[in-house]
Design a protein around this ligand. Structure first.
Ligand SMILES: N[C@@H](CCC(=O)N[C@@H](CS)C(=O)NCC(=O)O)C(=O)O
Length: 216
């Protein structure tokens, strides 16, 4: 197998999900940092757009294959490295995991993305405080539903006691929530899961502050 390459940005929560999966699976990979802010955003360069025309990270390259979309990448990793599965084989658990992961990755995350914030500021004319309120609002709404669901599914992890795709999505989303000052007290289950999982060695290895491009 050729060396896996991950186009990543240290603060990208979608890239963080993939880093967690790679780390849990003990897969070696090379990081190519894509700075989302510097020089107007390196994701918009011709070089990167030729790898992902959507101009978003992450992208995983495995030999001839380049895959974008963090959930698709993690599915791919489950296929090539099935010893540790992030999506369980049991049908009931599998769809529970997929639904919860998509609650985060599809319903909560995209409306708070950098390009949405940039559009709000440049076209709608919002200021920094209004953008922060926007992010807090949508994360709080999403976490309110998620808290109720996780209360019923969580053990040591989001679904039972084994780490799944939901944990790989939740931890980066809470990282974002804390970064933007979301009040977490209404979410005791989410807070408990976050506090415990960020101490897991594979989650530590994947954490934004431990990436080679951190703070750059
Ligand atoms: N649905 C995509 C989302 C990818 C995405 O939104 N990436 C963000 C970073 S978390 C990005 O590259 N943003 C750049 C921009 O908004 O210009 C996935 O799960 O991979």
């Amino acid at each position: 197998m050729k060396e896996l390459i991950l186009y990543s940005y240290w603060r990208s929560s979608a890239a963080y999900r993939v880093r967690i999966a790679l780390s849990l699976k003990k897969l070696a990979y090379k990081t190519i940092p894509v700075h989302l802010v510097k020089e107007g955003g390196q994701q918009h360069t011709l070089e990167f757009a030729s790898i992902n025309a959507s101009e978003l990270v992450p992208v995983l390259v495995d030999g001839e294959i380049a895959i974008n979309q963090s959930l698709a990448i993690i599915d791919y990793l489950d296929e090539i490295s099935p010893e540790v599965l992030l999506t369980p084989t049991d049908r009931h658990l599998r769809y529970q995991v997929k639904s919860l992961a998509q609650d985060i990755a599809i319903d909560i995350h995209p409306i708070n993305n950098l390009r949405v914030m940039q559009y709000l500021t440049s076209t709608i004319g919002t200021d920094q405080m209004q953008n922060t309120d926007w992010i807090r609002h949508w994360i709080t709404l999403g976490f309110t539903a998620l808290e109720m669901k996780l209360k019923n599914t969580a053990g040591a992890c989001c679904v039972g006691d084994d780490v799944t795709l939901v944990d790989a999505c939740l931890i980066p989303q809470v990282y974002n929530a804390l970064r933007f000052g979301v009040t977490m007290s209404p979410f005791p289950t989410i807070t408990r899961l976050y506090s415990s999982l960020i101490k897991h060695p594979d989650f530590i290895a994947a954490a934004p502050e431990n990436q080679l491009d951190a703070q750059s």
